[in-house]
Write a protein that binds this ligand. Structure first.
Ligand code: ADP
Length: 307
């Protein structure tokens, strides 16, 4: 198997505070990989190290087989990094901002002009090339930032929470773009707070907490290993459902009740029977697929949205 990223035992401290405590994961070439974790988990630090912007204290990282420690220049050519904070010149047009970034990446002249047209097309902003960035929405600015990271045709693109706080249209453009990048063979490393994005976009993921990977693999592997199954019951009148002592306590959720169990089919049948016996009107009764949100909560004790 060929890997775009191999990270082993990376550590990094800021002053005396450890941000990474031996983080490690592998990203298959051509895949979309999600890095998930609460605030302060170490995602940005990891991404900055992989982009060559920050040096680790210890550990190893290879990008397409090139060691970051010894082949940093080679690595920089292969990586496009989209930071969390937007760094654009507000008064300049989208295209002129990209001229600046292109020169930074060593793309020049006619090739730069051609690439600017191409990347603006890729992020869906070709018709706004000449407009000053100050007129753009937050999502459009984020897309210019992504365009900047694509100018030098990187084989790996690293995006630090690209969809946080942006409008749905820009979010959709970013998803489409990630899909088409992947189709053209580019590897994507992506961090996000939105579980559903990982569920729909990523082939594999690592859940990071406290500077370490606490769960990782393909989505299916993580779900099989950490996902609890459950049954959902909602009664017509919104009443609490009858308790099923042998299965533990149901929790209120989305207007109904959710019961976690290793034997969801039995619990569903038993709940149906008790409801029938007591002539309770059932609005919905169904097995619930384990969600990544739930896995995350179980593993880290925090929800992604409120940290
Ligand atoms: P995440 O991206 O998952 O939110 P970060 O990598 O930004 O996590 O941060 C990991 C830890 O390192 C946090 O405790 C954060 O406060 C700390 N940290 C990050 N950047 C700096 C910095 N420049 N100086 C000091 N501490 C930092």
């Amino acid at each position: 198997m060929s890997y775009a990223i191999e990270v082993e035992q990376l550590t990094k401290s800021y002053e005396n505070k450890a941000a990474l405590r031996g983080i490690g994961f592998k990203v298959e070439a051509g895949s979309c990989f999600g890095l998930l974790g609460p605030n302060g988990a170490g995602k940005s630090t990891t991404m900055k190290i992989l982009s060559g912007l920050l040096e680790p204290d210890q550990g190893k990282a290879r990008i397409f087989g090139n060691d970051l420690g010894t082949a940093a220049n080679e690595v920089r050519k292969q990586v496009g990094y989209v930071p969390q904070s937007i760094t654009l010149y507000e008064k300049l047009s989208a295209a002129d901002n990209l001229v600046f970034f292109g020169e930074m990446y060593g793309v020049k002249g006619k090739e730069l002009k051609r690439r600017i047209d191409e990347v603006l097309e890729q992020v869906g902003l070709a018709d706004r090339a000449k407009d000053a960035v100050e007129k753009f929405s937050g999502g459009m600015k984020r897309r210019v930032n992504i365009a900047a990271a694509l100018l030098h045709r990187p084989k790996l693109i690293i995006m630090d929470e690209p969809t946080v706080g942006i409008d749905p249209q820009s979010r959709n453009h970013i998803f489409e773009m990630i899909r088409s990048l992947q189709q053209s063979g580019v590897t994507v490393l992506y961090s996000t707070h939105y579980m559903e994005e990982v569920e729909s976009m990523c082939d594999s993921l690592a859940i990071v907490d406290n500077g370490q990977v606490i769960a990782g693999g393909t989505l299916g592997e993580v779900m099989d290993r950490f996902g609890t199954q459950a049954v959902y019951l909602e009664l017509q009148d919104g009443k609490a459902p009858p308790a099923l002592a042998e299965y533990g306590k149901a929790e209120a959720k989305d207007g109904g009740w959710i019961l976690e169990t290793a034997t969801p089919l039995d619990a569903l049948a038993d709940w149906a029977e008790v409801c029938k016996e007591r002539s309770l009107k059932v609005k919905r009764l169904e097995m619930v697929r384990p969600s990544l949100e739930h896995v995350f909560l179980t593993l880290t004790g925090t929800t992604l949205r409120d940290n």
